[in-house]
Design a protein around this ligand. Sequence first.
Ligand code: XIL
Length: 413
Amino acid sequence: MRRRLCAAAVAAALAAGISAVHLIGGGPFAEAATGSSASVPSGVEVGVPGTAPTDPTGGAATGAAGGVATTARGTAGSPEQGVGSHVDAGAGVGPQTRSTPPLTGPLRALAARRGIAVGATVMTSSNLTDSGYSALLGSEYSMLTPENDMKWSNVHPAPGVYDFTGPDLDVAFAQSHGMAVRGHNLAWSADNPSWLTTVPFSRDQLIAILHDHISTVVGRYRGKVAQWDVVNEGIGGFWWDHIGPDYIDMAFEWAHEADPSAELFYNDFGAEGLGGKADQVFELVRGLRQRGVSIDGVGLESHFDLNPPPLGDIAANMHRLNALGLESAVTELDVRLAMPANGPDLDRQRGIYNDMLRICLAAINCKTFTTWGFTDKDSWIPSAYPGYGAALPFDQSYAPKPAYYGLRAALGG
Ligand code: XIL
């Protein structure tokens, strides 16, 4: 297995009194959080002095569904430190009492202290020309996911024609702001251009086209994209139907060949907890691991309303993925509200953001936490779920919402 941290480093970190640590050996993150010298995705600065807003509510740290204890972490595949036994979701531990004052600084600095990257998507690179938007993104977040710019229809608009204009701008922004990049995505049943889906290509031709796409796109950003969603929502759909389930094995191997240092994820929705689709995804990735396929983790999209799956189930899912030696990233979190959003719903939303981040912190194998956008000004929710909106931590004017303070509270801020 690539990029796994040696036990000695974990032991040293724990001996040094680190209360919570995510360590990814040798990869683009190479993180080891300590209070004063956290190491984070390469190039990410930490400890930016207190520029962040303070929580007007005073910051009760407990989420809507009760206590999720955080615990010391090591590296994926360390069963003794998996999250399952430490999580007490729903048990109502009660509000966290603080013996020390809340930490200051932007989210990314607080997250770095806990050894994780905190990310957000950029809907398209044109958003980055808005100075208020880009200032907030670059100061609060340590990871960037292009929400649409790397999808097939944008990057591969005609046979053999690639257009990297958007993703190049996204990656350059991330690099100039010390942010890591999550690449999204390489094979998906949606957003495929009509030249691909309407021509009756043979199986062999589609294999060659997908191979060329993955080699070209991953190769272009070799060393610059830390994590790729290689296969997105990939059980069934275009590639599955036309190549067969083994397109997944192929896609991961081609991505690994194109950038052996990138971490490779299978990403899906509705598979965050246990049962049903989550079990299907688990069986899929277990098969990949058994066959020695180069997969590093599973992305739990987490597009929720005010009734997410049981938090203990999400924690247990992360735990069983850890037992396979896989990371479990939160990749697309948003919590949509019926519009117009009211105060009680914004508070419940805060609780869900807080819970999800605490579940991630409590899981040894959860090292990156990404929301699907960050401002309600640019969110897919109003068009995808008519009547819903207000799903993200900042409002339409870029002011922090209760959800933002829920994230800060989870990180000790
Ligand atoms: C969505 C984007 O947010 C929209 O802007 C776009 O119009 C359609 O795709 N799961 C995924 C994402 O993996 O790629 C989707 O993104 C949201 C659901």
